[in-house]
Design a protein. Structure first.
Length: 482
């Protein structure tokens, strides 16, 4: 989805006020709040291979929880923008501490050998049969990431920590596309064969051609090196093929599907012990295979040598002693709804309230800096207060709001901005910001905003420049203090 489409989507979310006003009208409603039951969740289990001393790589692109969470967040934002009806659910991040023989640079051609061992010893390798298994290697030779197609009977995804993967979080999603059976858009119909990345052949999946992938300039399964969550594309045919692989009855990858749930944002489990015996720690309690148990050694008993089962919260903890590490929240907070607050009689907008998916660390939020309301490019003064255990932020204007175009900007670029108590930064919709436009009519009541000009490359370009300048100045001041 490009930025113009983003503007159009946000504009459609503005609710037109009828003659008989309700007490509150909505400026914004998140897609998952509009129809949460329509989203299917795909469980993802990520394992980081450690050295002989149980240490993660000291550097790289995917050696920290935050880096992995960011990759999943980018993938989900891309899925939202292409209109997919499913999202990735990061069920766990675990340290695979008993696999030091695989630490260091592994040749990508050895992926099948690694996978066979993982399936033969699932407890040691932390292999899950009801989640997409992604293993982070300290380094890979010959690829940034690799996943086999369903027809080969293989399902493990490997990712290169040292050098990263093409298009970052979208590279993860690209490999997941292969997991669900998608081919490169430039592959020739009869494999094996020579393919030219510059020639779109209309390849879709193992089961079907998808001519609608061409041209494939920004297609997820193409060869572009400049994909972003805003310009990436998947064709209708490709989305249908992935849905076929997820089908509850006949889908080749149905075991990783957590059926639609109404709760869209809960804490993910990192390390520690499962709540019920040997179950995989997963989000939500939807039907299907959401609660499928995984035997640690096939008999339901934990292995004595399962180093990877140590809780990340306490590297020295032994789960056999019954002391499980406390689960960590790794899910980023989201804006669920923005409601206008208006005069009960005149309908004149006095401010708004923002409802978040989880409590926010209010101490870190600076009014006028991390939260800004702009009238055109002019900042509007106002006050803020928190309520509902810091899940709701109320902004009240310091003066009457004149008719015209406004925008709300919430900063979500780093840990000094909107974040939850665990430090997870707010999910954004535009280059480090969450932003929503709205319009006030001649009476000062909420109205449908005029369409924004497209083709400028950014949403409200002058406003972005203004905000970025202020934020850079603020960071320089903070740096000088430190």
């Amino acid at each position: 989805m490009n930025r113009c489409a983003l503007i159009a989507t946000l504009t459609q979310l503005i609710i037109v006020l009828a003659a008989a006003r309700t007490a509150t009208a909505q400026i914004y409603v998140a897609p998952q709040a509009l129809a949460p039951d329509e989203l299917t969740r795909i469980r993802v289990s990520v394992k980081i291979i450690t050295d002989a001393d149980g240490r993660r790589p000291a550097g790289g692109f995917y050696h920290t929880d935050a880096q992995i969470q960011a990759a999943i967040t980018d993938a989900n934002l891309a899925l939202e923008n292409v209109g997919a009806d499913w999202r990735l659910e990061l069920s766990e991040i675990r340290e695979a501490r008993g696999l030091s023989e695989w630490y260091g640079a592994m040749n990508c051609e050895d992926k099948n050998t690694f996978e066979n061992r993982a399936k033969s010893d699932p407890a040691l390798y932390l292999y899950r049969n009801n989640a997409i298994n992604i293993y982070i290697f300290e380094a890979l030779i010959g690829c940034g990431g690799y996943c086999s197609l369903p027809s080969l009977g293989e399902d493990v995804i490997i990712v290169n920590n040292r050098d990263g993967i093409l298009n970052w979080g979208l590279g993860w999603l690209h490999e997941i596309g292969h997991y669900f059976g998608l081919l490169h858009t430039y592959q020739c119909p009869d494999l094996p064969c020579d393919s030219d990345p510059n020639v779109c052949t209309g390849a879709g999946s193992e089961q079907r051609r998808c001519p609608d992938v061409c041209p494939d300039t920004n297609n997820l399964m193409g060869a572009s090196e400049a994909l972003t969550v805003y310009n990436v594309g998947l064709s209708r045919c490709q989305l249908e093929e992935m849905s076929r692989a997820m089908d509850a009855d006949n889908g080749v990858r149905r075991s990783v599907v957590q059926r639609p749930v109404t709760v869209a944002n809960e804490a993910t489990i990192i390390g520690g012990c499962a709540d019920d015996g040997d179950q995989l720690n997963v989000i939500g309690t939807g039907g299907g295979t959401a609660g499928a148990a995984i035997g640690v050694n096939g008999s339901g008993e934990p292995r004595d040598d399962a180093d990877g089962a140590l809780g990340l919260g306490d590297p020295d903890a032994d789960p056999r002693d019954g002391g499980c590490a406390e689960a960590e929240d790794v899910v980023a907070p989201e804006v669920l709804r923005i409601d206008e607050r208006s005069h009960a009689t005149t309908g004149q907008v006095l401010g708004f309230s923002i409802l978040f998916s989880e409590p926010i660390d209010a101490v870190q939020v600076q009014n006028g800096t991390d939260l800004q309301v702009l009238y055109g490019q002019q900042r509007v003064a106002g006050s803020i207060r928190w309520q509902g255990e810091n899940k709701e932020l109320v902004w009240t204007s310091a003066q009457a709001l004149p008719p015209g175009s406004y925008s709300i900007w919430l900063a979500g670029q780093d840990g000094s901005d909107f974040r939850d108590p665990a430090g997870n930064v707010l999910v954004t919709n535009l280059e480090g910001f969450f932003t929503v436009p709205f319009e006030l009519d001649q009476t000062g009541a909420l109205a449908v905003p005029a369409a924004a000009a497209c083709g400028t490359g950014v949403l409200f370009p002058g406003v972005v420049s203004l905000l970025m300048t202020r934020r850079v100045r603020r960071r320089r001041q903070l740096s000088s203090v430190r």
